[in-house]
Design a protein around this ligand. Structure first.
Ligand code: TRP
Length: 444
């Protein structure tokens, strides 16, 4: 049995490994099925500009704060808070993260399972020459057949479990270092295919042509919300990963790299999807419809579509896998360290539980939506807000500075970071909250 006190904790062995794992968590379906459409609809390059400002001004400081709490606390999402604020109720923030991660893991696996089913369909030529109506009924049949969903989500969760079972260095880091470059390569290939289609330029124009008149306050807060969601903050993931980062790696620079990779993949996904859709005169839309109906339709009409359909669903599968690895790790780190059980036992238990919970989401769209809405719209911003408050209230300027400047770094930059965390970030997150509950609708 692993004793928490006596054995040195497992951890990441390289800078690239840290970035690959954290970027793997951040790059998910949000980058591929949401960002492109939201950008295209809301002012193109104008939206992108606002989005980038928020990634830098809010996203990176909050991400840095989570990594900081983990590395300073040197434990899982719950115990890091206990170590840093003994006797205070802050560890509840950690519980919230573990709970939220597990909830997301269960329903996320349903969608991830669908991507695997579509890899299978694409390979078996089961999507070829289907009309849009037939593609739609293929998709609906899958979502309405719990047995297909449960079969694939179980396989997906077992695959996730096998990676996490291996530990941080020999599991998560090892696979992230292979999967993330592969994901990047696949998305670049998709971009090349998309841009070489005749008429693709219209899609680029739609995507990037700046239209500042679209930037209503509502759109601006939407950009802020998407920036935070896309970085997977507010649920203990980056706290857990932060605890595995060596003391001589700069956390600020790590966050910068992770956020840049996340942004780059979102932009590449846009270039892979929109020009191709416009080349065939199709409005791509967003969400599951885009991925499981519209894109297969586009692949059917494109030269080389058979291969690109397979590659695309493999890409989605990888994006989902590296995200679910991070979700499972939050739960496994907590269970194995707090309950002093073996990592393998914790992993197995968590995977079995997630298969059961995931099956509920596969059976019932109501449960699926409940898990999705509660986690993304309520728990995630709440978690992020509490993390941000924790820094000035508990760690204070000195505690935060000590950890962030441990590996060198500029004092002025720290000043800027602290100002953002103390004043701007809490306001920003409260605005996201209000927006999600429709309380800002009056500003249009
Ligand atoms: N960052 C993910 C995306 O862009 C979404 C997400 C938010 C997520 N929180 C997460 C994914 C936690 C996995 C785990 O799609």
């Amino acid at each position: 049995m692993k004793s928490v006190e006596n054995t040195p904790r497992d951890g990441f062995s390289s800078r690239f490994g840290v970035i690959a794992a954290a970027a793997g968590s951040a790059v998910g379906l949000g980058n591929i099925w949401r960002f492109p459409y939201v950008m295209g609809e809301n002012g193109g390059a104008a939206f992108l500009l606002v989005y980038i400002v928020f990634v830098f001004a809010i996203g990176i400081p909050v991400l840095t704060s989570e990594l900081l709490i983990g590395r300073k606390g040197q434990s899982n999402a719950v115990h890091s808070f206990r170590n840093l604020a003994p006797g205070k109720p802050w560890h509840i923030v950690g519980f919230l993260g573990v709970f939220c991660s597990y909830m997301i893991l269960s329903y996320y696996s349903v969608v991830a399972g669908w991507t695997m089913h579509y890899v299978y369909l694409a390979v078996a030529n089961g999507l070829k020459s289907l009309s849009v109506a037939d593609l739609n009924s293929t998709y609906v049949a899958m979502t309405e057949s719990p047995s297909i969903s449960i079969f694939w989500l179980a396989i997906f969760l077992i695959a996730t479990g096998l990676v996490v079972w291996g530990g941080v260095e020999k599991g998560i880091e090892k696979y992230s270092k292979i999967l993330m470059p592969l994901l990047f390569l696949l998305i670049v290939l998709m971009c090349v295919r998309s841009l070489t289609l005749p008429g693709s330029i219209k899609g680029l124009t739609f995507l990037f042509e700046p239209d500042f008149s679209k930037l209503s306050p509502k759109v601006i807060i939407e950009a802020l919300g998407q920036a935070c969601f896309s970085l997977s903050i507010g649920m203990g993931i980056m706290i857990t990963y932060g605890s595995y980062i060596s003391k001589n790696q700069s956390l600020g620079r790590t966050s910068l790299s992770v956020a840049s990779a996340d942004l780059l993949i979102a932009i590449l996904a846009s270039v892979a999807i929109f020009p191709a859709a416009f080349a065939f005169g199709i409005n791509p839309g967003q969400g599951p419809g885009l991925v499981f109906v519209t894109l297969p339709n586009i692949f059917n009409q494109m030269f080389g579509g058979y291969v690109f359909a397979i590659l695309f669903f493999i890409l989605l599968f990888i994006a989902a896998l590296t995200s679910s690895i991070s979700l499972l790790e939050v739960v496994v780190a907590y269970a194995s360290e707090e309950w002093k059980i073996k990592r393998s036992t914790a992993t197995m238990g968590a995977v079995i539980g997630a298969i059961v919970l995931g099956s509920l989401s596969a059976y019932s769209a109501v449960i699926f939506d409940l898990f999705d809405k509660t986690s993304a719209n309520i728990l995630l911003p709440l978690g992020a807000l509490l993390v941000v408050l924790f820094i000035p209230i508990v760690l204070k300027k000195r505690g935060a500075k000590e950890e962030l400047l441990a590996s060198g770094g500029k004092a002025q930059l720290f000043g800027l970071y602290y100002f953002i965390i103390k004043y701007l970030a809490p306001i920003a997150i409260v605005l996201i909250f209000l927006q999600q509950f429709g309380l800002l609708d009056w500003i249009g």
